[in-house]
Ligand binder design. Structure first.
Ligand SMILES: Cc1cc2nc3c(=O)[nH]c(=O)nc-3n(C[C@H](O)[C@H](O)[C@H](O)COP(=O)(O)OP(=O)(O)OC[C@H]3O[C@@H](n4cnc5c(N)ncnc54)[C@H](O)[C@@H]3O)c2cc1C
Ligand code: FES
Length: 510
C-alpha cells in the first residue's frame, strides 16, 4: 500500500480516548480498513466507515435510535448488527468487537453472525411470486431471504436483464464513468445461491385471484400464496410524426441505455425532449461523453414544478455552464432523420433524440385482475391491495402516507425499494406499516440534489443559504407546514429534517 492510500485517522487497535470523539464519532482504521467508532449512550460501536450503497462517508451521517444514516442517499444501518435496515443500501456493514479499558477504547477482531434471523411464523406462506424485476421486486426478494423465508420465491420479469441499479442508467453508467459491473444489483450467481427463481423475459398477462395463480405471455401458470406486484412505470412515448424512428430513444432499461450509448458514439448532436429528471441527467451524461446537447421543453424553467423557481434557475444555469443549450417554452412537432421541427418555427439538427417526457405506471395487469385502482394501484398502509394476499409496491402503488396525511404515489428508487422490503415482511406475516418519508436524489454533473417529503403544490418556499452557490436548504410549505425540503450540500440538515418528519409520521417502521 502506498503512503497516499493509507486510511485516515488513528490506529484503533492501539486505543483511543473518548475525549477524541467529535459529535459521538471517531474515524480511524484497523489495518487497511477505515473504521468508524460511534458512541450511542453508554455503548461504543465499531462499524465500517463507508456505506455499502455508493461508499458514502458515515462519519458525516446521523445517528437515530440505534441506527446510523448515510448522508448521501439516507440508507440506514443498525449499529449493533451492521444490518442495512433501510434501502438503498442492501448489504450490511462490517462490525468489530470493542473493548473499553482505562478510559481508552480498543477495536478488536471482526464480529460475525450479527444479522437478526427471522422466525418462521405459523402463518408464513409457502409460495411467494413477485411480478417485476426492478427496485421493489428485487428489494422484496432480498429481504425475504435475509429474513430467512424458507418457501419458494419466483420473480417474473419482462426485462431481459436481471435487476439493475436503474438510477445509474442516466448517471455514471451512461456518462461512461462507471464500469458495467456496477449496474447489476447482484451478480447473476446470486439468484441461484439465494434460491430465487428469476425468470427473465417473462411478462405476466393475467392474475387469477380465486385460483391464486398468474399466467405469463408464454402460457406458464405460476401458483402463489402471496403475490407482490412491482411492475413499475414505462416511459411515455411521443405520438408526433417521426417519433417511431430508431434514433429516437427512451430510457428505462439497461437495453435502452446500451442503445443510447451506442448511438452517442457516432452522434454529433443529441436532442433531449423534456426537461425532466431523466431528460436532464441524460443531457449531463451525454455532455460528459463530449456530445453536443440541446434540450427542448414546454416549461419556462426546468424542474420548476418540483423544485420551484430558484432551484429551477440553478439547474438551468448549471447545465448551461456545461454547454447544454435550452429551448424552453417550446416543443417538437415532428422528427426527421437528422433534424426536428420546432413548435416556435425553424428546425434543429440532431442525430440522436432522447425523450424524457414522463412515465406512466404499469397498472394494466392489476386493473384487469379487478384490483382497486385510484391513480395507481390502491394499497393500505401495509401495502396490501384490495385483494387479500396481493401486495403492490413501487411506482404503481398509491398508499396512505402518514406524514402527508393523504394518499400519494411517487416514482422514486428508494421509496420503491423500501416498499418492497416492507411488503416482504408483511407477506411473511408481519404487520409493518410503510412509514418512511419519501426521499429521492438527482445528480447533475458533480452536483447532487436531495429531496425529502412530497409537495405537489405549496404556498411558500423558504430558501436558506445560497442556491447559486450550491449550498442551500429549501423548504416547501403549505399553511405553515413543511411538506418537503430540497438541499444541495446540506446533507446533515437534510438527514435531520427527514428524521423530524418521520417522527411526526409516527416512527420509522420502514
Ligand atoms: C434512467 C432512470 C434513472 C432514475 N434515477 C432515479 C434517481 O436518481 N432517483 C430516484 O429516486 N429515482 C430514479 N429513477 C426512478 C426509479 O428508478 C423508479 O422509481 C424505480 O425503479 C421504481 O421501482 P419499481 O420496482 O416500481 O419499478 P421498476 O424498477 O421499473 O421495475 C419494474 C419491473 O417490472 C417489470 N414488469 C413490468 N410489467 C411486467 C409484467 N406484466 N410482467 C412481468 N414483469 C413486468 C419490468 O420489466 C421491471 O423489471 C430513475 C428511473 C430511470 C428509468
Ligand atoms: S452512498 Fe449511502 S445511501 Fe447511497
Amino acid at each position: 500500500m502506498t503512503k497516499e492510500s493509507q486510511p485516515s485517522g488513528p490506529d484503533l487497535t492501539s486505543g483511543v480516548a473518548l475525549t477524541q470523539f467529535v459529535d459521538g464519532k471517531l474515524l480511524g482504521h484497523v489495518g487497511e480498513e477505515e473504521v468508524l467508532l460511534v458512541q450511542d449512550g453508554s455503548e461504543i460501536f465499531a462499524i465500517a466507515a463507508h456505506c455499502t450503497h455508493y461508499h458514502g462517508p458515515l462519519n458525516e451521517g446521523l445517528m437515530v435510535g440505534g441506527t446510523i444514516r448515510c448522508p448521501w442517499h439516507h440508507a440506514c444501518f443498525d449499529l449493533r448488527s451492521g444490518d442495512a435496515v433501510r434501502a438503498p443500501a442492501l448489504a450490511p456493514l462490517d462490525c468489530w468487537h470493542v473493548e473499553k479499558r482505562d478510559n481508552l477504547v480498543f477495536v478488536r477482531e471482526k464480529r460475525v453472525g450479527l444479522i437478526p434471523r427471522g422466525k418462521p411464523s405459523a402463518g408464513a406462506p409457502e409460495k411467494i411470486v413477485i411480478v417485476g424485476g426492478g427496485a421493489a421486486g428485487f428489494a422484496a426478494a432480498e429481504m425475504l431471504r435475509r429474513r430467512e423465508f424458507r418457501g419458494s420465491i419466483v420473480m417474473l420479469s419482462s426485462d431481459s436483464s436481471a435487476p439493475v441499479d436503474r438510477p445509474n442508467l442516466s448517471k455514471d453508467y451512461l456518462a461512461g464513468s462507471a464500469p458495467e459491473d456496477w449496474v447489476p444489483l447482484r451478480p447473476d450467481s446470486y439468484y441461484n445461491e439465494a434460491g430465487i427463481e428469476l425468470r427473465l423475459n417473462s411478462e405476466v398477462v393475467s392474475i387469477d385471484t380465486n385460483a391464486r395463480h398468474v399466467t405469463t405471455a408464454r402460457g406458464d401458470q405460476v401458483a402463489f400464496d402471496r403475490l407482490l406486484l412491482a411492475t413499475g412505470a414505462e416511459p411515455v412515448r411521443l405520438s408526433i410524426p417521426g417519433a417511431d424512428q430508431p434514433h429516437v430513444r427512451t430510457l428505462r432499461s439497461l437495453t435502452d441505455c446500451r442503445a443510447i450509448i451506442d448511438a452517442a458514439k457516432g452522434a454529433r448532436r443529441a436532442l433531449v425532449i423534456g426537461a425532466s429528471f431523466i431528460g436532464l441527467e441524460v443531457a449531463a451524461s451525454l455532455r460528459t461523453r463530449g456530445v453536443e446537447v440541446h434540450v427542448v421543453a414546454p416549461e419556462a424553467r426546468p424542474m420548476e414544478r418540483v423544485f420551484g423557481p430558484a432551484l429551477g434557475d440553478f439547474v438551468r444555469a448549471l447545465h448551461e455552464e456545461h454547454g447544454v443549450v435550452f429551448h424552453l417554452e417550446d416543443g417538437v412537432t415532428s422528427i426527421a432523420a437528422k433534424s426536428v421541427a420546432l413548435k416556435s418555427g425553424g428546425a434543429l439538427d440532431a442525430d440522436l433524440i432522447v425523450t424524457g417526457v414522463g412515465v406512466r405506471p404499469r397498472i394494466a395487469l392489476a386493473e384487469k385482475a379487478g384490483l382497486a385502482i385510484g391513480r395507481g394501484v390502491s394499497v393500505n398502509e401495509y401495502l396490501e391491495t384490495s385483494a387479500p394476499d396481493i401486495y403492490a409496491a413501487g411506482d404503481i402503488a398509491r398508499w396512505p402516507d402518514a406524514y402527508m396525511r393523504d394518499r400519494i404515489r411517487v416514482e422514486h428508487w428508494v421509496v420503491a425499494e423500501r416498499q418492497g422490503q416492507t411488503a416482504a415482511l408483511n407477506m411473511m406475516g408481519e404487520k409493518t406499516p410503510h412509514r418512511a418519508v419519501p426521499f429521492f436524489w438527482s445528480q447533475h454533473y458533480d452536483v447532487p440534489i436531495n429531496y425529502v417529503g412530497h409537495a405537489e403544490k405549496w404556498d411558500a418556499i423558504e430558501v436558506d443559504g445560497d442556491v447559486m452557490g450550491r449550498d442551500c436548504f429549501v423548504r416547501y410549505k403549505s399553511g405553515g407546514r413543511t411538506l418537503a425540503i430540497a438541499s444541495i450540500y446540506r446533507d446533515k440538515q437534510c438527514l435531520e429534517a427527514a428524521a423530524a418528519m418521520e417522527r411526526e409520521a409516527g416512527g420509522h417502521a420502514s
